[in-house]
Design a protein around this ligand. Structure first.
Ligand code: PL4
Length: 422
């Protein structure tokens, strides 16, 4: 196959440029409202900057929550088999828009004890992608509410969708921030939630590592119902929960299916960050304030702008949910939880107050009197360790730093040793 030759990239004269610009399609004005660059590329930029000045430094990343360990054998074999199936005429498959029915059924069985119909479970390319698309369901009229701090896509995606205004010092106009602090045990005061809100809620939480209890989630559901709000519940880290009393899904709460959508993914459980596979649960019982079916609109929207997840990834995910695959998920998440324990122990030995890391892969550390970016820079300078500054997750994250437990064991141990220099 040979591509068509392209013209050279000599550029245009300024007169021609002005002429072209006056005829170009306009930028979505909401993009101009975004305050700064996206958090994780900004951290990568600062890492590159540091490495350029210190070329010999062996930098260890406890920053972005990106899995590091190879896929485990049973799941990996299923992915390989999935690719092989595409290579044979008898087993070849093309578009599978809503997902492999067996996989939807298996997710329903393993995560929801078959509480739903399989048409209420939509397979996707990951939970972040689902959150971005879900924001189209609510559009510029949404009234976003977020835990503060929170995973950036809830806020930045709302800004892009036009549901939030200009960035101000304390966040974005139009977004209700619910501070999650040491004082409130990282579960927010819900009284600020107004009628017909769109509440983003994440448990186990990124970045604080806190996991909401059954009673706390019952209060959240009660608040959503009494304010006619809808919850987008992000359960991306549910397989890290080891305490059996803690809920792994919002649907463990009575009435949640009338007020909540749930997103989840194989990224952090089976190591599919690069494979890409997730799902959303949109119950039939869920209605917009005008009474319209959220499920019907989600099906319509997905069919219009999404063409389904990789078939290979779906075969892998199916294997991840059988007995052998689930044992591998437990082994992999246990490994990262042990990393988290090592990080927490190292920080506590230094007298640094921290939380999380027991039912989640993030440790949230407090640096009193120090700005998050200053603590980030000090840890990088002193220990050559990358972290994530808490303020990048929202105003209430100021003064905190997030340590991610995703890393090779030897790197985690070395990083923990280096932290003693702080
Ligand atoms: C870096 C609460 C990480 N470039 O892989 P997905 O799409 O199924 O899951 C993404 C996701 C969804 N929900 C929560 C998450 O924390 C994540 C992943 N977050 C992090 O370090 O906070 C990876 C971030 C990636 C990004 O911007 O998402």
């Amino acid at each position: 196959m040979r591509g068509m030759p392209l013209p050279g990239r000599r550029g245009f004269s300024s007169a021609a440029k002005n002429d072209i610009l006056s005829n170009m399609a306009q930028r979505n004005s909401t993009l101009a409202h975004l305050k700064a660059g996206y958090l994780f590329p900004e951290i990568a930029r600062r890492r590159r900057e540091f490495a350029a000045v210190h070329p010999g430094a062996k930098i260890i990343s406890l920053g972005v929550g990106n899995t590091t360990e190879p896929l485990l054998p049973h799941i990996c074999a299923a992915l390989t088999e999935g690719a092989r199936r595409l290579g044979a005429v008898e087993t070849y498959s093309g578009y599978m828009d809503e997902g492999l029915p067996e996989l939807r059924g298996k997710i329903n069985e393993i995560f929801y004890q078959e509480h739903f119909g399989i048409d209420e479970i939509f397979i996707s390319d990951g939970s972040k992608c689902d959150i971005g698309r879900l924001q189209w369901l609510f559009g510029p009229g949404a009234r976003p509410v977020v835990q503060d701090p929170s995973y950036p896509v809830y806020v930045d995606g709302s800004v892009i969708a036009g549901a939030a205004g200009e960035g101000i010092e304390t966040g974005y106009q139009g977004i209700t921030y619910l501070p999650c602090t040491k004082e409130n045990g990282y579960f927010p005061d819900l009284s600020k939630i107004k009628d017909e809100s769109l509440i983003y809620f994440c448990s186990p939480n990124n970045p604080t590592g806190a996991v909401s209890t059954q009673r706390e989630l019952a209060r959240l559901v009660e608040k959503a119902r009494s304010t006619k709000s809808i919850i987008i519940f992000d359960a991306a880290y549910s397989t890290y929960i080891r305490d059996p009393s803690l809920p792994t899904t919002i649907y463990a709460i009575d009435g949640a299916e009338e007020c909540a959508i749930e997103v989840n993914s194989f990224s952090k459980s089976a190591g599919f960050t690069g494979v890409r596979l997730g799902w959303s649960v949109v119950p039939h019982a869920l209605r917009f304030s005008g009474g319209e079916s959220v499920h019907a609109d989600w099906a319509r929207l997905q069919a219009t702008i999404f063409n389904g997840a990789s078939n290979i990834a779906q075969f892998g995910a199916l294997a991840a949910l059988d007995a052998e695959g689930r044992a591998e998920i437990t082994a992999l998440t246990d490994f990262y939880l042990e990393n988290a324990r090592l990080i927490r122990t190292a920080l506590k030995a230094l007298g640094i107050e921290c939380t999380g890391g027991d039912n989640s892969p993030y440790v949230w550390a407090y640096f009193p009197g120090e700005q998050s970016w200053a603590a980030f820079a000090r840890i990088l300078e002193t220990c050559h360790v990358i972290t994530t500054p808490g303020s990048g997750f929202g105003p209430a994250g100021e003064g905190f730093v997030r340590f991610s437990a995703f890393g090779h064991r030897a790197d985690i141990e070395e990083a923990c040793g280096r932290l003693a220099k702080l």
